[in-house]
Design a binder for this molecule. Structure first.
Ligand code: PLP
Length: 470
């Protein structure tokens, strides 16, 4: 098999690009020469900036160029960059106690109690702290399988749940698999189903008259004896858990109708499997509620938290019905740094800041303003096929034709590059790479919304003219 050499191409691009400034060029060359650069950065921009500094909702690259940050460390910096309250906590905690293994400390005990209180579900909970979102997903899957004694996991196409050995199979996003296949990991006990992506319903239905076919199809296959999920006629159910993002983030900030999560809860109850909500990106206030599933009034059996809880510090958590963890023997999971005093102290402070600054209330309020701005923007711009919005969780989708919904793939990539040039960073993604997610800090104000759309408006007009979208 011919070996792919993706980095040579990138290095050439970095070396030959005329617009890149010297510090960024040097930084990217070092990145490619000295690191395995991962899979994501160069899929967003041809020559991404090397970021050096951040304050509030602004970041600066190594050559001093300023950007409005609508990526927010992939939704980790929900409290904004450079909050001195976090800096103080980190320094105080380090002087008090830097680390003491995966064992209890007062900071840790405070955090786990608070996590059981803020997560959805009116039942006794227990927590497992982790160092990342992927760790949280992996721990949840292991616990679900161990607790139920079942093997199978239901997941969704377009889902992103992480990229470690255990989570790779659960992740449905093909772009994440492309460098790996056919190399393992492969978890054969995972079944993927289509997500409630109503604008492009895989069942060809229209929301409102679809009878939630995306939920029904799972029910139909679960109740038949013709899949590996089980055979109710023979009294066999192989499904340990269904894992779902309450809104699909890496696939383009796609918000499903409420009935989707409600229907999945009903399926979990009907067939007796655990329902896991991966709130690693949707969680922590961005949608105008602490967790996105609260909009549907549905609670899972396991909530997964990551990203924003750490305020930039690597933290994650599995918050489960107590009995799910009670079945696991002590020593089932251990990680040197999990639940470390520094991370827990920071996470507690992040939760304080959420309260002190009323970040969720702010998101809901600014979200209302944003809703009116985006609605007007779509009216004005025929290239906007659709958008999803909950609080300040915003994904827009670009099409070259409103009727055929042809994805405007080239135009979207070009727009994201032009936005970068104009000092606005947002995330290129989507099932067809024709969506842009806006992920600002939750400290966002109406005036920030105005600033973002003032930059966007002429750029979108220019792209529409260039690609003849009317
Ligand atoms: C929904 C979701 N789950 C899991 C993960 C994996 O988290 P991490 O990158 O911290 O391992 C991500 C990361 O983007 C995510 O968005």
């Amino acid at each position: 098999m011919e070996k792919k050499k993706p980095y040579e191409k990138l290095l050439n691009c970095v070396a030959s690009s005329e617009e890149i400034t010297s510090g960024n060029r040097e930084g990217l060359a070092d990145f490619l020469n000295y690191e395995h650069p991962g899979d994501v950065l160069f899929t967003k921009w041809k020559c991404p900036p090397v970021i050096e500094e951040g304050k509030g909702n602004k970041i600066w690259d190594v050559d001093g160029k300023e950007y409005i940050d609508c990526i927010c460390g992939m939704s980790t910096m929900n409290i904004g960059h450079g909050d001195p309250r976090i800096a103080k906590v980190l320094s105080d905690q380090y002087l008090k106690l830097g680390h003491w293994f995966d064992f209890p400390t007062p900071e840790r005990l405070e955090l786990v109690k608070r996590l059981t209180e803020i997560t959805p579900g009116d039942y006794k909970k227990k927590v497992r702290l982790t160092l990342s979102g992927s760790d949280a997903v992996e721990n949840a899957i292991r616990a679900a399988r161990s607790h139920t004694g079942k093997t199978h996991i239901i997941s969704f196409y377009g889902a992103y749940h992480g990229q470690n050995t255990a989570t790779m199979g659960i992740t449905g996003a093909g772009s994440m698999h492309r460098w790996y296949n056919p190399v393992p990991p492969a978890d054969h006990c995972v079944e993927h189903f289509p997500y409630a992506y109503c604008y492009r319903c895989p069942y060809g239905k229209e929301y409102g008259t679809c009878d939630m076919q995306c939920v029904k199809s799972i029910d139909m296959l679960m109740s038949s004896g013709q899949t590996s999920l089980g055979n109710p006629m023979a009294g066999v159910n192989n499904v340990a858990a269904l894992i779902v993002e309450p809104a699909q983030s890496s696939a383009g900030y796609i918000v499903p109708p409420k009935e989707f999560l409600v229907g999945l809860r009903e399926l979990a109850d009907k067939y007796g499997f655990l329902l896991i909500f991966d709130e690693i990106q949707t969680g922590m206030g961005r949608t105008g509620k602490m967790f996105a599933c609260e909009h549907a009034g549905v609670a899972p059996d396991i909530t997964l938290i990551g990203k924003a809880i750490g305020g930039g510090f690597p933290m994650g958590a599995v918050v489960a019905r107590a009995e799910v963890f009670d079945d696991l023997a002590p020593g089932y999971v251990v990680t040197t740094y999990a639940g470390g005093a520094l991370g827990c102290a920071v996470s507690n402070k992040v939760l304080d800041i959420f309260e002190e600054d009323d970040l969720i209330g702010n998101c809901a309020r600014v979200g209302e303003y944003l809703a009116s701005v985006v609605a007007g923007f779509k009216e004005k711009h025929p290239i906007i096929g659709t958008y999803s919005l909950q609080g300040v969780y915003l994904g827009i989708e670009l099409v070259s034709d409103q009727k055929t919904k042809e994805p405007a793939i080239k135009a979207t990539a070009e727009l994201v590059e032009n936005m970068r040039r104009a000092g606005l960073l947002a995330q290129l993604n989507g099932y067809y790479n024709n969506r842009i997610s806006f992920i600002p800090p939750l400290t966002i104000k109406n005036s920030d919304v105005d600033e973002i759309f003032a930059i966007l408006d002429p750029l979108v007009t220019e792209i529409e003219a260039k690609y003849g979208v009317k």
